[in-house]
Ligand binder design. Structure first.
Ligand SMILES: CC(C)(COP(=O)(O)OP(=O)(O)OC[C@H]1O[C@@H](n2cnc3c(N)ncnc32)[C@H](O)[C@@H]1OP(=O)(O)O)[C@@H](O)C(=O)NCCC(=O)NCCS
Length: 191
């Protein structure tokens, strides 16, 4: 059984890309490490995150221990966006054994943090991440759910190729077909 700290070491530092957007110098890192767990605790305390994704502040990243447990619990693929020593944003994919939506093995989540949010960085970050994800995960479909009144998120997701599949009063579900689906391939049912 791999402990959290061992898994943190194993999963970090195998992907790193420089991302220069306008004058912003950023770096995308793939993987998990203890510093990221600590940064997430602090970053999840800002008002917009508490308003839009309260579980980050209250549960997932309530403490560094909670964050490490969250990472170890399900299969997560995590990309962080670093601006010098600051955490500018995070994207993660979560894989469940039983997909909630047919063909979509993973959910997609993004947060941009105070200081980096609202500057037009999210799209470039997400596009770079989705390219890497598609290269390593055989182009799985991904899905997400967001608040129906989260205009910035809805606009971003549509620009990334997510399409709404259901829209309730407060929550909208969206799917982004992976490259295999776009080519017409679908999962085979287990015999
Ligand atoms: C949703 C979120 C990731 C978007 O990141 P961001 O840094 O605010 O977004 P950006 O500045 O990069 O803008 C993304 C796009 O949305 C547009 N946009 C921004 N605010 C908007 C608004 N209120 N209404 C409509 N479009 C908006 C931008 O113009 C941009 O579009 P473009 O690429 O076509 O120019 C960020 O706001 C966030 O982390 N919010 C808190 C957590 C959250 O809501 N996460 C999603 C939960 S499902």
């Amino acid at each position: 059984m791999i402990s959290n700290s061992e898994r943190s070491e194993i999963s970090s530092s195998h992907f790193s890309r420089k991302l220069v957007i306008d004058d912003e110098r950023l770096r995308i890192l793939k993987g998990w490490h203890n510093t990221l767990a600590e940064q997430l605790v602090i970053a999840s305390g800002d008002d917009e995150i508490i308003k839009r994704t309260p579980r980050d502040h209250n549960e997932r990243f309530a403490s560094a221990e909670a964050a490490n447990e969250w990472y170890a619990r399900d299969e997560h693929i995590v990309y962080s966006l670093a601006q010098a020593a600051n955490l500018a944003g995070i994207i993660w994919f979560t894989k469940y054994d039983t997909p909630v939506i047919e063909n979509a093995d993973y959910t997609f989540a993004i947060r941009m943090y105070e200081g980096a949010r609202g500057k037009g960085l999210a799209g470039n970050f997400a596009r770079a991440v989705l390219l890497d994800f598609e290269a390593t995960e055989s182009g799985s479909d991904v899905w997400l759910e967001t608040d129906t009144d989260n205009d910035a998120a809805l606009h971003l997701y549509e620009s990334l190729g997510f399409a709404p599949i259901s829209s309730a009063k407060t929550r909208t579900k969206m799917v982004r077909p992976g490259v295999m689906s776009r080519l017409g391939y679908h999962h085979l049912e287990a015999e």
